[in-house]
Design a protein around this ligand. Structure first.
Ligand code: NAD
Ligand code: GLY
Length: 360
């Protein structure tokens, strides 16, 4: 097992990465001071991992109240969030009752938002079970639900007290979900870690074959990158925005196509290719660099073409992006591989040309 730290003064917390961590009561115990915890999960993850976690908690003398939600991005809504509050109130949970999110990014984001809101904040633990959640969404404290008009539009910054990334849970992940997680892994290489990008070029097949050492390395290196960025800019007033490479386009794809049609990681992959194409058109990337980026996404089995949607629809959806300032779109662009910037330099017509060049 390896441990990283997210350094945020009194809100600092560990990220433990390793195999069979669901049975490691010793890692959970320091964060569980009460006899009751709430475990928010979903109908897919519960049959796979809930009992194992409950058994671990039982050995610590802690009973777990499961809240099992419907599975899917389309359920990342007010209605589902309210089901968590109904369960918390129904079971007389207190402000000090810890809430554990056991699942992928949807469960982590919703569980975290519920924990942030319930009685103005209850202790929160992330046990991510998808690659995407282990490398990205469980770390950094962004929590949210979707709105029909935009992804993750309603939410809060609320840090967990612990992240337990059990690599063994990735064994049951569908191939498509594993690939989607790789989009966020590649992101770190592109925006700030060229050495990791080169490692990914050499080791993508091992990751797709779920080699546990390769997966553990990729999760650790991704979390190390994310922890550094979050420690430097928790509330996204600067550098943290770079973690949104491809996301402005990607969120437009997810919302425009209907939540759940394109997986988040797939939409980010296609969105990153649009950002890459735009960067090339603005003279920031060479043709060879664009090919290298494209080949890595292709090697990961991810989409490199965006879905056909009216360009004005893309722009309309993108105007809800959280980076918009004074009504102007600000995009994450690449300045070579391993370096990114936020820029409002591209005109809407340049953005439309890049989108059209990347649409199927
Ligand atoms: P997800 O949570 O929908 O999980 C993907 C699928 O895998 C689901 O069907 C889930 O039930 C299933 N699953 C989970 N663990 C499994 C396992 N071990 N074995 C088998 N099946 C399993 O999707 P995701 O890709 O994990 O997360 C995407 C979400 O994360 C999006 O809503 C996105 O907006 C959000 N996100 C948030 C942040 C953040 O910083 N908070 C960052 C990136 C993405
Ligand atoms: N996933 C983007 C962020 O955490 O800032």
């Amino acid at each position: 097992m390896q441990t990283l730290k997210v350094s945020l003064a009194e809100r600092s917390y560990p990220i433990h990465i390793g195999t069979d961590l669901l049975s490691r009561g010793d890692l959970l115990q320091p964060h569980l001071k009460h006899k009751k915890v709430v475990v928010v999960t979903n109908t897919t993850v519960a049959p796979l991992y809930l009992e194992r976690l409950q058994n671990t908690l039982k050995l610590l003398g802690i009973s777990a109240l499961p809240v099992v939600l419907a599975d899917g991005e389309r359920y990342k809504t007010w209605e589902t969030l309210n089901q968590i509050f109904d369960a918390l109130l129904g079971a007389h949970c207190e402000r000090s009752t810890p809430l554990i999110a056991l699942g992928g990014g949807v469960i982590g984001d919703m569980g975290g938002f519920a924990a942030a809101c319930y009685q103005r904040g209850m202790p929160f633990i992330q046990i991510p079970t998808t690659l995407l959640a282990q490398v990205d969404s469980s770390v950094g404290g962004k929590t949210a639900i979707n709105h029909p008009l935009g992804k993750n539009m309603i939410g809060a910054f609320y840090q967990p007290q612990l992240v337990l990334a059990d690599i063994s849970t990735l064994g049951s992940l569908p191939d498509r979900e594993l690939r989607a997680g790789l989009a966020e892994v590649i992101k770190y290489g592109l925006i700030r870690d060229i050495e990791f990008f080169v490692w990914l070029e050499a080791n993508m097949q091992l990751l797709l074959a779920r080699d546990s050492q390769a997966l553990a390395y990729a999760v650790h290196r991704s979390c190390a990158n994310k922890a550094e960025v979050v420690a430097a800019d928790e509330r996204e007033t600067g550098e943290r925005a770079l973690l949104n490479l491809g996301h402005t386009f990607g969120h437009a794809i997810e919302t425009g196509m209907g939540y759940g049609t394109w997986l988040h990681g797939e939409a980010v992959a296609a969105g990153t290719l649009i950002a890459t194409e735009l960067s090339r058109r603005l003279g920031l990337l060479t043709v060879d660099e664009v090919s290298r980026v494209k080949n890595l996404f292709l090697g990961a089995g991810l989409p490199v073409r965006a879905p056909e949607m009216d360009a004005e629809r893309y722009l309309d959806l993108m105007r809800h992006d959280k980076k918009v300032q004074d009504g102007k779109l600000r995009l994450v662009l690449l300045k070579g591989i391993g370096e990114a910037l936020v820029s409002d330099a591209a005109t809407e017509s340049e953005i439309v040309v890049a989108i059209k060049a990347c649409c199927t």
